[in-house]
Design a protein around this ligand. Structure first.
Ligand code: IDP
Ligand code: MG
Length: 162
């Protein structure tokens, strides 16, 4: 039993999810959290912050050559964003599925962007796109002491392990 629990714990991943300033202003914080929570993922860190422009540039560093980079960084630093870390089996990849395609015009109905956003420049949510970026983004946005680690009673029902 203990072995099974340990094996399960080793499979747990963490991803970085941010509700961007448009999602906060539109009153979508609870709606977005609820979609991850109801799925069975576990919230292990959360805070609300106004990122500086420099911080936004660090977060989106990989996109620095893109024509929309400056506008994107201005936008991310324009008001409060909600920074979160979610944990669960497959959460990085499935988190991206819950979020939907980058351009809300191409996001499937049922996804967060598909249901709640219209244009690519205001797509309300960010999610890490792989294990390396997840690690980097968690380290960028959160201090180690802001991350929690806990078990809850629902886990045995979500994962079927006793
Ligand atoms: P992602 O958020 O789905 O991972 P990325 O390609 O990493 O998409 O782009 C980061 C963010 O940059 C997008 O979420 C969106 O806000 C913005 N963005 C991407 N492409 C465009 C564009 O063509 N015009 C304006 N903004 C864009
Ligand atoms: Mg991305």
């Amino acid at each position: 039993m203990l072995q099974e629990q340990e094996a399960r714990a080793a499979e747990m991943e963490r991803t970085f999810i941010a509700i961007k300033p448009d999602g906060v202003q539109r009153g979508l914080i609870a709606e977005i959290i609820s979609r991850f929570e109801r799925k069975g993922f576990k919230l292990v860190a959360i805070k609300i912050v106004v990122p500086s422009k420099g911080f936004a540039q660090k977060h989106y560093y990989d996109l620095k050559e893109r024509p929309f980079f400056n506008g994107l960084c201005n936008f991310l630093s324009s008001g409060p964003a909600v920074a979160m870390v979610w944990e669960g089996e497959g959460v990085i990849k499935y988190g991206r599925k819950l979020i939907g395609a980058t351009d809300p015009q191409k996001s499937e109905p049922g996804t967060i962007r598909g249901d709640l956003a219209v244009v690519v420049g205001r797509n309300i949510i960010h999610g890490s796109d792989g294990p390396e970026t997840a690690k980097d983004e968690i380290n960028l946005w959160l201090k180690p002491e802001e991350l929690t680690s806990y078990s809850n009673n629902a886990e045995k029902w979500i994962y079927g392990v006793n």
